[in-house]
Design a protein around this ligand. Structure first.
Ligand code: NAD
Length: 420
């Protein structure tokens, strides 16, 4: 059958398929499987917001708590035109396994609002955020469910949520969200945490595979928070970043792009397109460039059954959540590509979110280098834990990471006595 004839799955279906693969490898019994597979709570909210033209627009949003077996639900909030309930359920599910893989005391949650923030004014975004925060208020709180930024939300959005929540209590409660501005109880190092964690796992993978980082060619799809920081750190070690992209286009230079200059250029122009000294290539060409390290850092399903065959890399480092479909996984694994799965690779963000929450709860703040050192320890320990399962059980790195995460959630569920 030609690979183009394969019907691909949506993100939630893919999450369920990957769950079953790991649960089979763990030989989990049906009772535990059924208890930990589906989300515990799903809330859909309708959000009437007055727009700048005076009209009321009704947005739809969701907050999903997939699991609280190991602690409060934790997960970002996404503002994007393509947000669906299934996508939020998938992202919440991955958060559960991710927090367990890096062994932090959280369950998994996620939120999203279907909107296009690029077409909204700052005041419209503030009204939408405050309305969304009040609509999900019964679910969130420092001991219940702690949101954070995700695609097209940022520290300002977190500040509005913290303020809306605190208004209902009558005093400031910084621990209700992470990824806040430093002035409101944010952590040093949170902004670059995801990219830094990606870098730590790429270093470990290169060491395992015997690939010297200096001279290793890197391609980054999605030059936002996660992608640009990972690119900058890799560039700093002498790994040439030969191509990057954003939603508007790509920049390519076979000898390597000057990443610090490119970040400054994007800050001014809002895009990587037409960066001086770069060539324009198509998004499909970018994914098929010969390289050692490919970092998908945009959205889900970037590599599917129909384009996985043209990917030419030694390592895929999944900075984004769910960038490979299960079919793409199978094709890349058959080609011998080493995959650092999302729930390990991009877990630096939630790890430093956890550090932020700990600092807020203790009212005691750490220095940046302290945050980086603790993060590196967590990422490298977790990488080695997953690698051991990969080698001992002869399973792919994704199944190994899922086995670690799902195994820890299953154990917590049994110990709590939820299992009859
Ligand atoms: P962001 O909004 O900062 O950046 C996203 C980037 O992707 C932007 O540059 C955007 O232009 C680009 N993009 C969008 N569609 C694209 C396309 N079709 N092709 C190429 N580029 C495209 O978001 P982020 O926080 O960097 O998140 C990126 C991914 O990383 C998401 O999957 C997110 O869930 C995941 N992630 C982020 C964090 C975090 O802390 N930021 C943590 C864990 C996982």
């Amino acid at each position: 059958m030609p690979i183009t004839a394969i019907v691909e799955k949506n993100a939630y279906e893919a999450a369920m398929e990957n769950f079953d693969l790991a649960a089979d490898a763990l030989e989990l019994d049906d009772n535990v499987r059924n208890m930990i597979k589906s989300p515990e709570r799903v809330l859909t909210v309708h959000l009437p917001v007055r727009m700048d033209n005076g009209k009321i627009h009704c947005f739809q949003g969701h907050r999903v708590q997939h699991s609280t077996a190991r602690g409060p639900a934790k997960g970002g909030i996404r503002y994007h035109p393509n947000v669906t309930l299934d996508e939020v359920k998938a992202l919440a599910t991955w958060m559960t396994w991710k927090c367990a893989v890096v062994n932090i005391p959280y369950g998994g949650g996620k939120g999203g609002v279907t909107c296009n923030p690029k077409e909204m004014s700052q005041i419209e975004l503030e009204r939408l955020t405050r309305r969304y925060a009040s609509a999900i208020l019964p679910l969130i709180g420092p001991a219940q469910d702690i949101p954070a930024p995700d695609v097209y939300t940022n520290s300002q959005v977190m500040a509005w949520i913290m303020d809306t929540y605190s208004m209902t209590k009558g005093f400031p409660i910084p621990g209700v969200v992470t990824g806040k501005p430093i002035a409101l109880g944010g952590s040093l190092g949170r902004n670059e945490a995801t990219g830094r964690g990606v870098f730590n796992t790429v270093e470990s993978a290169c060491e395992h595979l015997g690939i010297p980082l200096r001279g290793a060619k890197v391609v980054v799809q999605g030059f936002g928070n996660a992608g640009s920081i990972a690119a900058q750190l890799l560039h700093g070690t002498g790994a040439p970043v030969i191509a990057v992209s954003d939603s508007k286009g790509c920049a390519y230079n076979s000898k390597g792009l000057d990443i610090p200059k490119l970040i400054a250029y994007k800050d001014v122009t809002t895009s990587v397109v037409e960066f001086p000294g770069s060539e324009s290539i198509t998004p499909a060409q970018l994914l098929s460039l010969q390289c050692e390290i490919l970092i998908p850092a945009a959205l889900e399903n970037a590599v599917q059954g129909d384009n996985a065959g043209s990917v030419h890399t030694r390592i895929v480092a999944e900075a984004a959540n769910g960038p490979l479909t299960p079919e793409a996984d199978r094709i890349l694994e058959a080609k011998g590509v080493f995959i650092i799965p999302d729930i390990l690779c991009n877990a630096g963000g939630v790890t430093v979110s956890y550090f932020e929450w700990v600092q807020d709860e203790q009212h005691l703040f750490w220095e940046a280098q302290d945050v980086y050192n603790r993060l590196e320890r967590v990422m490298k320990t977790s990488f080695n834990d997953v690698l051991k399962i990969h080698l001992n059980h002869q399973v792919g790195m994704r199944t190994a990471a899922n086995m670690l995460g799902i195994g820890r959630v299953a154990e917590a569920t049994k110990l709590r006595g939820l299992y009859p």
